[in-house]
Design a protein around this ligand. Structure first.
Ligand SMILES: Nc1ncnc2c1ncn2[C@@H]1O[C@H](COP(=O)(O)OP(=O)(O)OP(=O)(O)O)[C@@H](O)[C@H]1O
Length: 298
């Protein structure tokens, strides 16, 4: 396993920021760590990178114990913190050279990471003169200098314009072909675009851990339907064997949850016909990542 988190808890005074979470990530996986503001994503990442000590629990990166072997862990990890700390007065190459000396990395690696992160056209500028997207590339280049097996990226695309956002996502996906990546975000499209798997955290607790292809084949389906008259709940249940939940959203508008792979829309039309009802509107809502996120993080 590249990452092992076991019963991890972090308390800041009275506040429990991370509450007894466990997960493992095998080598080569790109995992999205998704959660609303304040869910505990950065706190978990800071503990994984040994910048913060846990209150309890254990963590391993590449088999190294984060508490007992922090230097070996730092050597295995490339970390891009949430507020990418750079020196605006330094030139790009100068900064990377400075980082290389900290990690004892051969200077020959600098031109490799500049090429890898597409920094070449801006490499002779001062960091302070770069756009936000290019500053993120510098942060990524610094994280990749010592060629770590594991990348921990804390909200790497926050604040980027749509073009830069696509470029950085593409870059992460490319780099992730050879590395294990844990990437935090609160943007669902980001997870769909880059990740193999998603871990959703809310109020310090893991509320979902799923592979993306599993989500796409979700057996649950939601149908939002409005009739011309109100319908008693038990009439729905009598008519549909696979119906698991009925929510009356408003007046004659219902949300019906089915546990079925079969498209239930034709059956809802038959139901309306059999009960002398007219369908005013019908909308098929797939239980995708977005609805799962909303359901689990309210
Ligand atoms: N140094 C600290 N002292 C006290 N409380 C803290 C500290 N750092 C974080 N917290 C609290 O811990 C909780 C989790 O914060 P964390 O930064 O890990 O969340 P997050 O999921 O990364 O959020 P965001 O998406 O907003 O960055 C929050 O309620 C936050 O206020």
């Amino acid at each position: 396993m590249s990452i092992e988190v076991i019963q991890l808890t972090k308390q800041y005074g009275q506040q429990i920021a991370v509450n007894n979470i466990s997960f493992t990530i095998p080598k080569g996986e790109i995992v999205g760590f998704l959660g609303p503001n304040g869910a505990g994503k950065s706190t978990t990442m800071k503990m994984l990178t040994s910048f913060l000590n846990p209150t309890s629990g254990s963590l391993k990166v590449n088999g190294y114990d984060v508490l007992k072997q922090p230097l070996a862990v730092k050597g295995s990890i490339g970390y891009l913190p949430e507020h990418n700390p750079l020196y605006p007065e330094m030139y790009v190459r100068e900064f990377l050279s400075f980082q290389a000396s900290i990690y004892n990395t051969p200077k020959s690696r600098i031109k490799d990471v500049i090429a890898l992160t597409g920094l070449l056209p801006e490499a002779s500028k001062k960091i302070g003169q770069l756009s936000k997207g290019y500053r993120q590339r510098v942060g990524l280049a610094a994280a990749l200098l010592h060629n770590p097996d594991v990348l921990i990226l804390d909200e790497p695309t926050t604040g980027l314009d749509p073009n830069q956002l696509l470029e950085i996502r593409h870059l992460i996906k490319e780099v992730g072909k050879e590395k294990t990546v844990l990437l935090s975000t609160h943007i669902m499209q980001e997870v769909s675009a880059i990740c193999d798997r998603v871990i959703i955290i809310n109020k310090g607790t893991i509320v979902a851990d799923k592979r993306l292809n599993e989500l796409q084949q979700n057996k649950e389906q939601l149908i939002e339907v409005a009739f011309d008259y109100k319908v008693e709940e038990q009439i729905f249940y009598k008519a549909f064997q696979t119906l698991t939940k009925v929510v009356c959203i408003h007046d004659t508008l219902y949300e019906l949850s089915f546990s079925s792979e079969k498209d239930m829309r034709p059956s809802v039309f038959d139901f309306a016909h059999d009960n002398d009802l007219k369908i005013i509107q019908l909308h098929h809502k797939n239980k995708d990542l977005e609805s799962l996120f909303r359901e689990l993080t309210v």
